[in-house]
Design a protein around this ligand. Structure first.
Ligand code: ZN
Length: 106
């Protein structure tokens, strides 16, 4: 979505504000297009989430710490949280495209 655009993160008015990314299973509002981040990983990525609807679950698999992201309402798996110095919050929500969809506002 931001592929051919340079985003000025300091200017909130430059981000599209319409619509909201919701959980595909239960419809809970999870992410704002204003916090979308072009990570060039092929996964939808964000640098923050809405309200209290995303739950963090610390995993310790094979001695490697990862933070799993779950929908707070239905417990659905959303993706993982990573450190990323490129984002305003220094973290990146790496989301499975199948777990969310964009609900457009009229
Ligand atoms: Zn859900």
């Amino acid at each position: 979505m931001f592929k051919n655009r340079q985003i000025d993160w300091a200017n909130p008015h430059q981000h599209p504000q319409t619509g909201v990314y919701v959980c595909r299973r239960c419809g809970a509002a999870l992410f704002s297009p204003a916090q979308k981040f072009d990570s060039r990983t092929g996964f939808p990525s964000f640098w923050g989430h809405l309200g209290q609807n995303v739950r963090f679950h610390l995993l310790d698999t094979y001695g490697r710490e990862r933070t799993q992201l779950l929908c707070h309402h239905c417990g659905g798996h959303l993706g993982h949280l990573f450190q990323d110095a490129r984002t305003p919050s220094k973290v990146r929500y790496c989301i499975n495209a199948d777990s969310i969809h964009l609900q457009e506002k009229d």
